[in-house]
Design a protein around this ligand. Structure first.
Ligand SMILES: Cc1cc2nc3c(=O)[nH]c(=O)nc-3n(C[C@H](O)[C@H](O)[C@H](O)COP(=O)(O)OP(=O)(O)OC[C@H]3O[C@@H](n4cnc5c(N)ncnc54)[C@H](O)[C@@H]3O)c2cc1C
Length: 391
């Protein structure tokens, strides 16, 4: 077996999992190569805001030696949490969030930039989309990319998200549609251009859910509010023209019809949103997804345990997985055994979170969803407190 210090490590995917792994390995003297399909760091907007939890995302940040950078970039002031019913009645108003100062928000693009800036030039190879992966007799794997390049590695880490190209070599599981589609909307310069919405959402997130529909509005950096209109619809709803996605005005019209019995202040989130509108079908791997260990390959983050965003755990777990794997690889002489043991911990931990996310989505789809959200939010507060008292 190849010695640990001469190990060639490929990380497929430059998301929170892949970049955290590369960073922590680098701080411990191990150089990996990250292959990312996107052409550059700003090829696509990275998505909304994330709250990093003390028992997972923040642990990874500490292990990455990036606490000071994170403190400077995170929005500690945006941890508020409101829950409304569809009439706009406020059921929960917690301006400090679950527990004060515990889950600071950071925009995904800012988190990615922080991690990228912490890596040496050239460690991330942009424009490398993995096409095939082939096992060789010596236990290594040959990777080929859609740009025609190919290379061999002793350990290939699939951190390539929901539709991982690495996962099929380890598992037959495929993500299943959860029954929920989000339509992502956004409002810019909210404090000056949409002051009533800014006041209604407050500093943090506003959840309003009822009868298989929901509006989730989250304050991001730079005065932006991202809104997810959440719908319980069939898998082909977007392609089959459930509402007309050919232009933003038609989408707004269609959504306003679907939410016609909701209170006007909540409908303003749809009526006043900008023209960048993106539908997202929400998929999840089966709860308890596992695979038989195979030397030279492993999975992290969404590639290993894609779950619905209702538990707010995906990116947090992705980073914790990555930091655990980095420690396992650098602290144990027998790297192959370390990877195998790490997979057991990762799958067990993910199963619990995935079950919570599946329950969260079921609550959100229930007739009395605002009440469900109330209970879910309270439960999240409790489990966070329990996790911390254990730490
Ligand atoms: C609407 C929504 C809201 C969410 N909110 C939260 C939240 O509040 N908190 C939270 O913790 N989580 C949240 N999540 C979940 C979170 O986004 C994911 O769990 C997280 O991004 C997983 O990180 P990852 O690095 O495993 O995968 P990804 O972030 O998907 O990164 C994978 C990377 O791999 C690259 N890639 C893919 N295929 C290839 C290939 N073949 N070759 C090379 N590169 C490839 C991609 O371009 C991407 O950069 C949310 C998800 C959604 C959809």
């Amino acid at each position: 077996m190849k010695q640990r210090n001469s190990l060639r490590i490929a990380i497929i995917g430059g998301g929170p999992a892949g970049l955290t792994l590369a960073r922590i390995l680098w701080t411990r003297g191990v150089t990996a190569t990250v292959f990312e399909q996107e052409a550059s760091s700003d090829e696509r907007p990275q998505g909304g805001t994330l709250d990093l939890h003390p028992e997972s995302g923040q642990v990874a940040v500490k292990r990455a030696g990036l606490e000071a950078e994170f403190r400077a970039l995170a929005r500690y002031e945006d941890q508020g949490m409101r829950v409304m019913d569809k009439q706009g009645t406020l059921l929960i108003d917690n301006p400090e969030g679950m527990e004060e100062g515990e889950r600071p928000e950071i925009d995904r693009v800012v988190l990615r930039r922080m991690l990228l800036d912490s890596l040496p030039e050239g460690m991330v190879r942009w424009g490398h989309k993995l096409r095939t992966l082939e096992a060789r007799e010596d236990g290594s794997h040959a990777l080929t990319f859609t740009n025609g390049r190919s290379e061999c590695f002793d350990l290939v880490v699939g951190a390539d998200g929901a539709w991982s190209k690495v996962r099929p070599l380890l598992s037959t599981a495929v993500p299943e549609y959860t029954g929920v589609t989000f339509v992502e909307l956004g409002l810019d310069d909210v404090d000056s251009r949409h002051p009533e919405i800014a006041r209604m959402v407050g500093n943090g997130s506003l959840f309003a859910m009822a009868e298989g529909r929901g509006l989730v509005a989250q304050r991001n950096g730079h005065g932006h509010i991202r809104v997810y209109a959440m719908l319980k619809v069939a898998e082909g709803w977007v392609e089959e023209g459930g509402i007309d996605f050919t232009n933003a005005g038609r989408v707004r019209e269609g959504l306003l019809k679907l939410f016609s019995d909701w209170a006007p202040p909540l409908l303003a989130l749809i009526r006043e949103c900008g023209d960048r509108i993106v539908p997202r079908q929400i998929y999840a791997l089966p709860v308890g997804h596992r695979w038989a260990h195979r030397q030279g390959l492993t999975l992290l983050g969404d590639a290993a345990h894609l779950m619905s965003p209702f538990g707010g755990q995906g990116a947090n777990l992705a980073m914790l997985d990555a930091s655990d794997l980095a420690l396992a690889l650098t602290e144990h002489e027998d790297w192959a055994a370390a990877v195998r043991e790490h997979e057991l911990v990762l799958c067990q931990r993910a199963e619990k979170a995935a079950r919570g996310a599946a329950e969260g989505i079921a609550d959100a789809l229930a007739a009395d969803a605002a009440r469900g959200a109330f209970e879910h939010v309270s439960q999240r507060g409790k489990s966070s407190a329990e996790a911390q008292s254990r730490a």
